[in-house]
Design a protein around this ligand. Structure first.
Ligand code: ZN
Length: 213
């Protein structure tokens, strides 16, 4: 009888420990990209607000339209999940990233890299500001926050802890996007209204150079 009670107690303790571990796991921020604003550094949000208030989206959008025909994509045969600027107007993207992205998410990744070409980097600013600005510029160029958000979710699934001093983790980028995408779209929609049309960039027509080892 005592033995049975002891076993029952052990089982209850085990269940409690498992439940706690489950709770802890679900509270880890890298499992909760849907949570908004929970981890955003105040200094970064502050600088982002200031930039959004004064950024000349008209100039950015027109510049992107003007350079689009000169942009090339170089696909690099690698399983890594990365994209970066590898020339004045050349974007390098790994096969590992490209294969994971839908067509719309691929456009978002290219639009983000175009951001690195046309948004000036503020050397005195928060080190993660530029990445965030380029995500928002992608929203502006595509006139769509969902493409960019979906791209970040895909990156998050492949590499939830991909972060360094200059790159917020994908789930933090999603939270920042959710924070500022509406203000960005409002600005760019105002431009479209003035120009009497939607000039959203279609980026999938950009030529991709065959993967090289
Ligand atoms: Zn970037």
């Amino acid at each position: 009888m005592v033995k049975r009670a002891f076993l029952a107690l052990c089982l209850v303790s085990l269940l409690l420990v498992t439940a706690q571990a489950h709770l802890r796991r679900n509270n880890r921020p890298d499992h909760r990209p849907e949570d908004k604003g929970y981890l955003l550094p105040a200094a970064l949000v502050n600088e982002l607000d200031q930039w959004l208030a004064r950024a000349d989206f008209w100039r950015f959008v027109i510049r992107a339209e003007n350079i689009r025909s000169r942009i090339e994509v170089n696909e690099i045969a690698s399983r890594a999940v990365e994209a970066w600027l590898c020339g004045t107007n050349t974007i390098c993207i790994t096969t590992g990233l490209k294969q994971r992205l839908t067509e719309a998410e691929y456009e978002a990744a290219l639009a983000h890299e175009i951001g690195h070409i046309i948004v000036p980097r503020n050397a005195d600013g928060h080190p993660q500001l530029w990445e965030t600005q380029c995500d928002l510029l992608a929203v502006a160029l595509l006139r769509d926050a969902d493409y960019v958000r979906d791209m970040l979710y895909t990156v998050n699934r492949a590499c939830p802890n991909c972060r360094d001093e200059e790159h917020p983790a994908p789930y933090e980028r999603i939270a920042l996007l959710d924070y500022a995408a509406e203000a960005t779209l409002e600005k760019v929609n105002r431009l479209d209204a003035l120009r009497k049309g939607n000039f959203a960039l279609r980026l999938t027509e950009i030529a991709t150079i065959t993967p090289r080892p």
